[in-house]
Design a protein around this ligand. Structure first.
Ligand code: ADP
Ligand code: MG
Length: 797
């Protein structure tokens, strides 16, 4: 029942005959009962202190009247319980909190002392022998247990922990004491129980108290049930009334229903649907009429009918096929991109001659932010067509293209039909963005659905699973975009006419910013030309220090950022025109986000500069080679892909097999480990085009001849040292120029691609076209080739 260490053996035989007395109020303490008690009266505190210093025992006897402050002996019951102090805490206000356990009953025989506390002489209470025959006793105990169960079933018996004890207790005396504590008896009744000598008589009293309690609880419950019955009745009435309303509504609804179908029929007639579609729509209206208006199925039919009605079955815009106008619009919206614009105009010319749009589908390929999407918008504007953009990025599921069958809960048409509805005409410019990001997996192959969309032989009757009816896509002009060509499935690629857009040079970006982005953002933020001005150094600084991209998307974002700040300054009352200069850009945009790739300070042994193509544009990469004592191993670090690692092996093999020509001796390969590292390890790098760069870094390392710091190179290398063609030329050249390179070494096979590079980019660059490694090495060193002098070599090792 309580802390095992503190519990005192319950049948402690030797009870002293004199003890300090603690008069208690409001409670009668029974043997074995554990009670907390607050002691505040001066005399009682003394009594407790005395007890603590001696046997820890006190006599507890209840006052006849609780409110008496200093009760006289006559005001205290003579029968009480001897208790032991289990725990004592002195509270901050001087009072004492006790935890007491009742031990045995006792009778006060006389008062021995009254100051500073009462001391009493006691007579131990001898429990008389149980006189009842066994059977009767058992019957009584069983009755009592049954009563306890009843009370528990009402949820009233507070101490569930006591239940197991009660269940097994056979001693009528202890049983009645234990139950008595929990019955919530009045003081008088409790004291009466305490004073009842015969345990059986006591248990009978307890039993009759419980019987009374059970009666009360039963009655309470009945009253509750009755009250609840009242509520149930009113609820039932409410429910019936609601039902009646529903029935009435149903009876009147005939009119509403026919109104709804009438409206649908009118809309269907106005939608100028093909005959087949109209028939289907009518069939659905009829089905709907037969169904409950609030059913889920009716709701589905409604949604479906709305789709049928809103689809632009025969709505079309009139094309403007005025080539001069088209050219004008394209120029109004975009800086540069001359070749691209030319091809678009040619394309439109062909269409206007053939009077159809069944040409190949245009596919704009290039890094983000170079204007692919906005070219699509421009074409729409030039032709007077609607424009819709649907992104295919992350589409894995055929159903996203073609929709779900209507039997699915929450089914919807696929993205194509959704796009057409959004366009509101059957001949929009429909841009399928990021067609290279379409995935294929177990849910089906979206690209086969796309193929059907794009195939002019099939797309006049494109079937979406949700619509379940063919829609004519043949008047739609599809344009697709991609960052890369390679991931596009070949059958799709074959239908498309690829138009490459490459990144912009710094000068082009400055021009785009000045002529397009800044005026657009000013207009968008309500800033007037008289209020803000950018100088060229300011724009250059934004490009070089706050963006690193092939396109101009982040540049646009940073300009917008400046406009917001400016607008705020104007509102806050700034006077005069804000001028954004190279020196104050930081005030608007914070500390710069990028440092232009640090140039190599001087020609260095073992470090060569390569050029890489990434989906976001070109970049320069540094290849570092070093050597230490070891056993001829080659380690490669910097997050390199497999192809790049193989190409490093090839480069090393080439160098090893050309030891003699390079003057490398004595053979260093077996006594040393070589390590090639390409910094910026967080950027994954792959592809064979760093081959000649790695070979150059190795040649430099092993000969001790430094590599020219202003040479950048790109090309694949074979074991025989031949230099092979690479891709992404323009991006790479732009990156080299950005990084301040002077000489660019390219594979001879790429010479034909040089006219991709605008003359202003070529200006100031020297191009070297290499057939094999010796051409590369000649260009990469200031002494026309790498050749170790024996002295220098042995000095290094
Ligand atoms: N040559 C350009 N002239 C004017 N604005 C351009 C040019 N290229 C890109 N932009 C602008 O850059 C932003 C990003 O272009 P966006 O068409 O979204 O790029 P993409 O679709 O290629 O990722 C647009 O606001 C666009 O108008
Ligand atoms: Mg885009």
């Amino acid at each position: 029942m309580s802390d095992a260490t503190l519990a005192v053996p319950l049948d402690r035989p030797e009870v002293p005959d004199t003890l300090p007395l603690l008069p208690v109020r409001d409670i009668v303490v029974f043997p074995n009962m554990v009670v907390p008690l607050f002691v505040g009266r001066e005399s009682s505190i003394h009594a407790v202190r005395f007890a603590m210093e001696h046997s820890r025992l006190v006599m507890l006897a209840s006052q006849k009247v609780s409110s008496t402050e200093s009760p006289q002996p006559s005001e205290i019951y003579t029968t009480g319980t001897i208790a032991t102090v289990m725990r004592m805490i002195t509270l901050s206000d001087g009072r004492i909190k006790l935890l007491l356990q009742g031990m045995v009953k006792a009778k006060i025989v006389s008062y021995l002392q009254s100051v500073p506390f009462y001391t009493v002489r006691l007579q131990k209470w001898d429990e008389p022998k149980v006189t009842l025959p066994d059977i009767e006793l058992h019957a009584l105990i069983r009755l009592v247990r049954g009563q306890i169960e009843r009370i528990i079933s009402f949820g009233r018996f507070p101490v569930t922990k006591a239940i197991p004890v009660i269940e097994h207790m056979e001693d009528p005396s202890r049983l009645s004491d234990l139950i008595a504590q929990h019955l919530g008896l009045t003081m008088e009744a409790a004291q009466d129980l305490l004073e009842t000598v015969d345990p059986v008589a006591r248990l009978k009293k307890v039993s009759s108290f419980m019987a009374k309690e059970i009666d009360i609880l039963t009655m309470q419950q009945e009253i509750q049930v009755e009250a609840k019955g009242e509520i149930d009745k009113s609820q039932r009435e409410y429910f019936l009334r609601e039902q009646m309303k529903a029935i009435q509504k149903e009876l009147n609804d005939g009119d509403e229903r026919s109104l709804e179908s009438k409206e649908f029929r009118e809309k269907i007639a106005a939608a100028s649907m093909p005959k087949k579609v109209e028939e289907e729509a009518e069939k659905q209206v009829k089905r709907m009429e037969k169904m409950h208006p609030d059913s889920a199925e009716t709701a589905n039919i409604r949604t479906y009918l709305e789709w049928l009605i809103e689809m632009p079955w025969s709505k079309e815009t009139q094309d403007k096929l005025d080539l001069a106008l088209a050219e004008k619009v394209l120029n109004e919206d975009h800086y540069g991109l001359d070749k691209v614009k030319e091809r678009i105009v040619e394309y439109l010319a062909v269409c206007s001659i053939k009077k159809t749009m069944k040409g190949p589908i245009l596919c704009f390929v290039g890094p983000p932010g170079v204007g692919k999407t906005s070219l699509g918008r421009s074409i729409a504007r030039a032709m007077g067509r609607e424009f819709v953009l649907v992104s295919l990025g992350g589409v894995h599921d055929e159903a996203e293209i073609r929709g779900h069958r209507r039997t699915y809960i929450g089914a919807l048409p696929g993205r194509i039909i959704q796009g057409i509805k959004q366009a509101g005409t059957k001949n929009p410019i429909f841009m399928l963005d990021e067609i290279d990001k379409v995935g294929t997996d177990f849910r089906g192959d979206p690209s086969s659905a796309l193929l059907e969309v794009l195939d002019p032989k099939q797309n006049h009757a494109f079937s979406d699973h949700y619509l379940g009816l063919p829609f004519d896509l043949s008047k739609v002009m599809f344009i697709t975009t991609a960052n890369q060509i390679d991931p596009i499935p070949t059958p799709l690629k074959d239908r498309m006419e690829i138009i490459h857009l490459s990144g912009y040079t710094l000068e082009e970006k400055v021009a785009i910013a000045r002529q397009f982005l800044i005026p657009q953002q000013m207009a968008e933020h309500g800033v007037l030309p008289a209020q803000v001005r950018f100088d060229n150094a300011g724009i250059r600084k934004i490009i070089a220090h706050y963006t690193r991209e092939a396109g101009v998307r982040n540049l646009e974002r940073e300009i917008a950022h400046i406009m917001r700040k400016t607008a705020r300054k104007i509102v806050e009352g700034a006077l005069g025109r804000q001028v954004i200069t190279g020196a104050n850009v930081g005030n608007f945009l914070g500390t710069s986000k990028f440092q232009p790739e640090a140039a190599v300070e001087k020609d260095t042994v073992g470090i060569a500069t390569g050029l890489a193509w990434t989906p976001t544009g070109g970049d320069i990469i540094r290849v570092e080679a070093t050597m230490m004592r070891g056993k001829g191993g080659l380690s490669l670090t910097g997050n390199l892909g497999d192809v790049m690692k193989e190409s490093a092996q090839a480069a090393l093999s080439y160098i090893r097999s050309n030891e003699k020509a390079l003057g490398i001796s004595p053979n260093p390969f077996s006594e040393n480990d070589i390590h090639i590292h390409v910094p910026s390890g967080a950027i994954p790098k792959d592809g064979p085009s760093a081959g000649i760069t790695m070979a150059t870094a190795l040649a430099s390392l092993l000969t001790g001849v430094p590599v020219r710091r202003d040479v950048a190179m790109t090309g694949e290398v074979t074991l025989r040292g031949r230099v092979l063609q690479i891709g992404g030329l323009k991006e790479k050249v732009l990156a080299a120029k950005r990084a301040g390179m002077k000489i660019i070494v390219l594979p001879k096979q790429n010479e034909k691609d040089l006219d991709e590079i605008p003359p202003h980019v070529q200006k100031g660059l020297k191009f070297v076209f290499a057939n094999d490694m010796s051409d590369v090495l000649t260009a990469a060193s200031r002494q026309s080739g790498f050749k170790a002098t024996p002295r220098r070599h042995s000095g290094r090792l």
